[in-house]
Design a protein around this ligand. Structure first.
Ligand code: ATP
Ligand code: MG
Length: 749
């Protein structure tokens, strides 16, 4: 492709960014303004200027984003060899080659959250640290926070009087020592160790700086201090760092992302060229206007005006449903209707939610209609027990010091090695300062170990040695051997339980995954690359852009776009998340998250809440999210009576036809207005009243079914009965009022 073609589809501002070659570049722009497109085109442009692909480095947040970028670059410049990938992958590869500089062997293991917390637990137990009321997860999060803030174990000091701080101060060094002995790192170490090496080894840093002359970071607003340190270290002699970011889309503050990085960028590179892109190419005017209206409520932000030449489009829909079943059913039937009428394809739709646990209801509704869908939660597959078990064998073959893998596989499938034996071995290892492999290889020296146990351990060592002999072969073969030699496959095959059949199917899927990997990596010795890939999958990676409806969390939706978006469960406690209700900063981050979700939509956007929701095992009356009140009124069409009463509406309720049903019914079967009004005003249940005082249409609370409306009454006195509509799956239930304990809802004055 020649330059003219490459540049022809760009606005002047985009062209300015794309053709900027030497010197630092900061592209600050709102959603859908072409930042990602600029990065891709800039890579192509640099290549077209004769800069070899080896000199370019593109860092992204998800593997998915990297592959997508790679394919776009490949389409623009076929055969280009550019390193594109996530920070974590870059760091993992860097540490394989240079980790020795800080004592990490090349075959190190990457521990996921679960392994890391399990290790932490052991460390805490062994050292006898009193956690007071903190959970190991909380300690783990605090250590993670420290690592992301570039604080090493010996540098850590608790803030004055912080009880968790003094626990962390004790545990952090022990945890780190445990990792080192296992020749393992956690996710945070990948980045931190890389940054530390780049600081300590100036020669190496210079070499890489010269190699990666042009570094690009997309979604820069979500980098943390350590990531910034890495990017910065690569751009000192050749300060050609180009970053794109939108402060309004920063959604990883809880993971240490630092908005100040953008300010620091301007400080560290004073001669930076700043390019602002103001035209949105993605969304209709109304969607953009609604999103802009919401984000304007954030106090800590720079005002930014976005415009679009796209058409005005339909109003954003704001719908209040009675409960989550109605929400899911209505959304699914809308999708179904659009597919039937041939207006849309399944891939045009996305359903977003704040927490992954909310996906189930939508999944059911969509599956019932035979609509193809995918739930984007790639990590989940690799978190399954059977997959982790089998992968642990590979990890142990690769790195026999890996204590977490050892603990997983030593007696899985069961081979008669009990907990006592394992504890004796670990204790033995510890007193000698050995890793687990050295210890089990000398099991006969373990004090007090019975000869039967010694024999079993020797058998295990033989098994691992046998598997290790194959480690240089194709992954599919190694996996196949693991399954047969360990007896895993037989175990599943013989079992008739459905669960085991599913496990077998999953393990077979892993084999398929390995086969594909082998095809892509024909050179021998791919085990470490394979394990790296498995360890660094993130949730969006599983997302395929084939013809299916996408269900994903708001966080996962970053950077993507869909013609039709349903943003669901916008309720107090969910979005904003209850964790964020404490502070304004967190609340602003939740608002940004909603903003990210809204701005994924190209043509249609529906935002919804349900007045009642089963969540975390409880049926609860919900309170609509305060963010809903912040949406501008003139581009949002509200439906569902609840909204009207709740003060959302200043005009009549829309009565449009629900998908595929008779036009006479409103979209959201109207919730009894008071249900939501009660929820909004914090109505409280009063005591049960005399049976004859219950009246038609009265709102009542039931201890198990939540809030319902009385739709029919019969009899009197002791025999008086009421039929109550609880909505959703519960539907209508009949009660003898004298026994039911139904409490009328009283609205506070
Ligand atoms: P986000 O902040 O959400 O990541 P972004 O700024 O990275 O958004 P892109 O994804 O690069 O935006 O672009 C949004 C959409 O607009 C894409 O479909 C892209 O192809 C299109 N687009 C961007 N610039 C142009 C242009 N100059 N002409 C036509 N389409 C464009
Ligand atoms: Mg982007």
């Amino acid at each position: 492709m020649n330059d003219a073609d490459l540049l022809s589809g760009l606005t002047p501002a985009q062209r300015e960014a794309v053709t900027h070659v030497e010197g630092p570049l900061l592209i600050l722009a709102g959603p859908g303004s072409g930042k990602t497109r600029v990065v891709t085109h800039r890579i192509a442009y640099l290549l077209s200027q004769g800069i070899p692909g080896e000199h370019l480095l593109g860092l992204t947040f998800t593997n998915k984003a990297a592959t997508e970028m790679a394919s776009r670059v490949a389409a623009l410049v076929p055969g280009a060899k550019v390193w594109l990938g996530t920070f974590h992958r870059f760091a993992a590869q860097f540490l394989r080659r240079h980790g020795r500089l800080i004592g990490l062997e090349a075959n190190f293991t990457i521990y996921d959250k679960e392994d890391a917390v399990r290790g932490l637990r052991r460390v805490i137990a062994e050292a006898g640290v009193d956690l007071m009321n903190y959970t190991p997860d909380a300690i783990s999060a605090a250590i993670s926070w420290a690592k992301n803030a570039f604080i090493q174990p010996h540098e850590y000091s608790p803030r004055d009087g912080s009880p968790i701080g003094s626990i962390v101060q004790r545990v952090y060094p022990l945890y780190q020592r445990w990792l080192t002995l296992a020749n393992a790192v956690d996710f945070d170490d990948l980045l931190l160790d890389t940054a530390i090496i780049l600081q300590r080894a100036p020669e190496l840093r210079r070499e890489l700086d010269a190699r990666y002359r042009y570094v690009m970071v997309d979604e820069y607003q979500d980098t943390n201090l350590v990531q910034y340190a890495i990017a910065r270290a690569l751009c000192i002699d050749h300060p050609n760092l180009a970053v794109t970011g939108d402060p309004d889309q920063s959604i990883y503050g809880w993971r240490g992302a630092n908005l100040n990085n953008i300010l620091e960028f301007e400080r560290d590179f004073p001669n930076v060229r700043v390019v602002r892109l103001e035209q949105n190419y993605r969304s209709t005017k109304k969607i953009l206007q609604a999103a802009a209206g919401l984000i304007a409520h954030n106090v800590k932000r720079k005002r930014k005006d976005l415009f679009t030449l796209n058409e005005a489009g339909a109003d954003v829909r704001l719908v209040g449903y009675r409960d989550q079943t109605e929400e899911a059913e209505d959304i699914a039937s809308r999708i179904q209707a659009a597919l039937r009428e041939g207006r849309r394809r399944a891939r045009d739709f996305a359903i977003f939610y704040r927490v992954n646990a909310l996906s189930r209801e939508f999944e059911l509704a969509i599956r019932r209609r035979n609509i193809p869908y995918q739930i984007v939660n790639g990590v989940e597959f690799f978190q399954r027990r059977e997959i982790k078990d089998v992968v642990a064998y590979l990890k142990f073959i690769q790195n026999p010091c890996d204590e977490a893998a050892f603990l997983r596989i030593i007696n899985t499938p069961t081979r008669g090695i009990g907990n006592t034996t394992v504890s004796q071995v670990l204790e033995f290892a510890r007193t000698r300062g050995w890793d687990v492999w050295t210890a089990i290889s000398r099991a006969d020296a373990v004090p007090g170990l019975q000869s039967r146990a010694v024999g079993k351990l020797a058998e295990f060592v033989r098994l691992i040695n046998g598997l290790t002999a194959m480690a240089a072969g194709p992954i599919e073969e190694i996996l196949g051997c693991v399954l047969s030699e360990t007896g895993y496959r037989d175990l599943f095959r013989k079992s008739s339980s459905e669960e085991d059949q599913e496990r077998l199917a999953n393990v077979e899927e892993l084999l398929t995954y390995a086969r594909l990997f082998d095809e892509q990596h024909p050179e021998p010795g791919g085990l470490d690359t394979f394990l790296e890939e498995v360890s660094l999958v993130n949730d969006v990676d599983a997302w395929e852009s084939d013809d299916r409806v996408t269900l994903m969390s708001l966080h996962a939706s970053k950077g993507l776009e869909f013609p039709v978006v349903f943003l669901t469960a916008v309720e107090q406690g969910i979005l904003p998340h209850e964790r964020s209700l404490k502070g304004n900063d967190q609340l602003e981050e939740e608002r940004r998250l909603m903003f990210v979700g809204m701005t994924r939509a190209m043509e249609e956007l529906q935002i919804s809440f349900a007045a009642m929701r089963d969540f975390r095992g409880q049926r609860r009356l919900t309170i609509p999210s305060p963010f809903l009140l912040e949406l501008p009124k003139d581009c949002v069409q509200r439906s569902g009576k609840a909204l009207d009463i709740a003060g959302f509406s200043d005009r009549p309720i829309a009565r449009e036809a629900p998908a595929g049903k008779s036009p006479a019914r409103p979209v959201a079967a109207p919730i009894h207005p008071l249900t939501t009004a009660a929820a909004l005003s914090g109505a409280t249940a009063t005591r049960a009243i005399a049976t004859d005082d219950y009246a038609q249409d009265m709102l009542v609370a039931h201890p198990r079914h939540g809030v319902g409306r009385i739709v029919a009454l019969s009899g009197s006195g002791e025999n008086r009965k009421a039929t109550v509509d609880f909505g959703g799956r519960v539907g209508w239930l009949k009660f003898i009022l004298a026994k039911a304990g139904l409490k009328p809802l009283k609205r506070p004055r």
